[in-house]
Design a protein around this ligand. Structure first.
Ligand code: KIV
Ligand code: ZN
Length: 433
């Protein structure tokens, strides 16, 4: 049964088509405080990290990568603050990143000392370019680096048995790695960790650089899902970047290809063109009637907090949450929206409003912003605003007469007209109302 009966996936024929759809939310992991942070001109300080962490918890994220404590003192201090000040709710697991080098792994465990539960995320790069140009190592050499890293992760964990440890490995640059070789490396890492019902392990497959169309990435993920060992005891996670503008699409196809878990950031901050946008993907699910298991009901709070912590403005046309997303300027759109909204009998009925894929109130927005009037607007927009703000129900002949006057006034003003301007237009031309 659909959790959100007001929304359902579009059905264009009575055939079962397409035959595969996403049917439930993935395990989400928010990496704003690590990957998002490392891409900022001015990295977050401890207070900003705490503010963003608290928002992520409030939104319902249960797995949060909080930093790279062996590489950055503020990250180390933030992890210590979370643990020492008891800031991690019981149902939330923090995750930290480390390279596969012993002194960095040792420092990582120092940062995590005393934590109840944590994901230790170790990575090394596996792509052809990284092997040949950066590390100048052959396949066996790179695989051995991964296995050695995994061994240190396990050994240091064993020295701290009071903590529940979860191990995660990323073949960084997976999207540029031969899939059979990626499987070979991941299997060797898993042999070291021996995943079981009591030892959760995560294999995270990054499109560190998005290099292909989303279907090709999904094929790479599917290959791993089919050939990896210990499949029943591991989560396959994916971590996409947005170089080709398709990070969300790649994540969605990867879910269909068998992935269990998705890493990303709020509104897509991250290296270069950013990480996969968690808000967009969650709202994509929501609009298809799938519970994203996140609470995104206050879009403005998300934008305020992300902007304050990253110092990056959110584009007004950002999918789902941009300031202009629920605004229609063109006359025909306004007219259609107006008709659909007026036909609605109750808030519970199926959402069927042209040009508005969801009810803006679901994101804490309201109808006030929907109809706005500028020089491109037709009669419907001005009439709607006069009705809403002045309770004036203009007959059709008056709507037609007013429309060109409003358009001329908007041209003269060089932008949007508010209710009082439209009302003034009406009064100036047709007398007191
Ligand atoms: O993009 C990437 O490959 C990463 C890894 C370290 C997971 O951020
Ligand atoms: Zn990344």
């Amino acid at each position: 049964a659909c959790k959100y009966p007001r929304y359902h996936p579009i059905q264009l024929s009575d055939r079962t088509w397409p035959n595969q759809r996403i049917s439930r939310a993935p395990i989400w992991c928010a990496v704003d405080l690590r990957d998002g942070n490392q891409a900022l001109l001015e990295p977050m300080d401890v207070a900003q990290k705490q503010r963003l962490f608290d928002l992520l918890v409030k939104l319902g994220f249960k797995e949060i990568e909080v930093g790279f404590p062996s590489a950055s003192q503020p990250d180390f201090d933030f992890v210590r603050q979370l643990i020492e000040q008891n800031r991690i709710p019981d149902d939330v697991t923090i995750q930290v990143l480390t390279q596969a080098r012993e002194h960095l792994i040792a420092r990582t465990y120092e940062a995590l000392h005393g934590v109840k539960r944590a994901v230790v995320h170790v990575y090394n790069s596996t792509s052809t370019v990284q092997r040949e140009q950066v590390f100048q190592q052959d396949k066996a050499g790179i695989r051995d680096m991964a296995v050695q890293g995994a061994r240190w992760v396990r050994e240091y964990a064993a020295q701290n048995p009071a903590t529940e440890w979860i191990f995660q490995y990323s073949p960084e640059s997976f999207s540029g790695t031969e899939p059979d070789y990626a499987v070979e490396v991941c299997n060797a890492v898993l042999d070291e960790w021996q995943p079981s019902a009591s030892q959760r392990c995560i294999i995270n497959l990054p499109a560190t650089v998005e290099m292909t169309t989303p279907n090709v990435f999904a094929d790479q993920v599917e290959y791993v899902c089919r050939h990896i060992r210990y499949r029943e005891h591991i989560d396959i996670s994916i971590h996409t970047h947005n170089d080709r503008g398709c990070a969300v699409a790649a994540a969605e196809l990867a879910l269909l290809a068998g992935a269990d878990r998705i890493e990303g950031t709020l509104l897509g901050n991250g290296e270069r063109t950013g990480n996969m946008d968690l808000v967009t993907m969650a709202m994509n699910l929501y609009s298809q009637g799938i519970d994203p298991e996140l609470n995104l009901a206050d879009a403005d709070e998300i934008i305020r907090t992300v902007e304050a912590c990253t110092q990056l403005p959110v584009h007004p046309r950002h999918p789902w949450v941009g300031e202009l997303v629920f605004t229609a300027f063109s006359g025909s759109h306004q007219d259609a929206i107006n008709k659909c909204l007026q036909r609605r009998q109750s808030d519970d009925e199926l959402w069927q409003v042209a040009y508005l894929p969801i009810d803006p109130t679901d994101l804490g927005r309201d109808y006030q912003a929907v109809i706005r009037v500028n020089s491109q607007s037709g009669k419907g927009g001005a009439a709607f605003i006069l009705q809403r703000e002045y309770d004036l129900h203009l007959p059709r002949y008056l709507q037609l007469a007013l429309s060109p006057l409003v358009q001329q006034a908007a041209e003269r003003a060089g932008g949007e007209l508010r209710g009082e301007h439209i009302h003034a237009c009406l009064q100036a031309s047709f007398g007191a109302t």
